[in-house]
Write a protein of this length. Structure first.
Length: 256
């Protein structure tokens, strides 16, 4: 089985990273052979949507289970939509975590265990139902949303500090590149790159107000408004920007 472990380094002897969306590395491990592939996380510095983007990355690399310390609601929803099991509360080295998984010591979680935007390093937010607490910056300061150079998402599109929507830097800024880096393969496992697109955005019709925020957020122009948002599933890349930006939580990622 191919599982993913959030890690602070590239090897099995590095520590498990407690943050999912903002971990420095994902280690993809074959539980039968312990062959390992290290993927540097391109979403580490995102101002918002890191959990969704990282979950999509795990879907693209065909992980079946994710082992991590903490997982927020957006990442959890995206992972479960991709049929990826989530195990939280994991600590120690990656090797120890894999061995415990192989022995059956872990059980999949049924709910996220921290609030949205955990690990962004600002004010502490009281935990919601089923959550153990976490760090929150409201809606974030928005390092994504524009269309930058080299396919990246530039400065702007953020929703401001503490739940507002006014601290973004504007529309289409100078991005740093949004592609997935070439993974570093361990012994016996060749880099896989992007395996396949498994997720697309879907609209909750009753919740959608047709405000058009998702239209502006979509980097591939896959969304239009016809009273409510309409997603072109053939164009949608499942990047999750619309999910992050929707003020009504009317969008989610599902299997395409």
């Amino acid at each position: 089985m191919r599982i993913a472990v959030t890690a602070r380094g590239r090897t099995l002897d590095d520590q498990v990273e407690p943050r999912f969306g903002r971990c420095p590395y994902f280690l993809l491990v074959d539980t039968d052979t312990l062959d390992t592939e290290a993927i540097e996380n391109p979403n580490l510095a995102l101002g918002g949507g890191a959990g969704i983007q990282s979950a999509q990355l795990m879907a693209e690399h065909d992980a079946k289970v994710v082992l991590t310390g903490n997982c927020g609601p957006n990442a959890y929803q995206t992972l479960t939509a991709a049929d990826i099991e989530v195990v939280v509360g994991v600590s120690g080295t990656v090797r120890e975590a894999v061995q415990r998984f192989r022995s059956g010591a872990f059980a999949s979680t049924q709910v996220p265990n921290v609030a949205s935007h955990f690990g962004m390093g600002a004010a502490t937010q009281p935990p919601g139902p089923g959550m153990t607490g976490g760090v929150d910056m409201g809606r974030g300061m928005g390092m994504g949303g524009g269309r930058g150079m080299g396919g990246g998402r530039g400065m702007g599109g953020g929703r401001g500090m503490g739940g507002g929507r006014g601290m973004g830097m504007g529309g289409r800024g100078m991005g740093m590149g949004g592609g997935v880096p070439i993974p570093v393969a361990g012994a016996g496992m060749a880099p896989t790159g992007k395996v396949k697109r498994r997720l697309v955005a879907v609209v909750d019709g009753p919740a959608c107000t047709g405000c058009g925020v998702c239209v502006d957020a979509c980097p591939v122009e896959a969304i239009t408004i016809d009273r409510i948002a309409v997603v072109d599933a053939n164009t949608c890349t499942g990047c999750g920007q619309c999910v992050t930006e929707c003020p009504e939580d009317a969008l989610a990622l599902k299997k395409g």
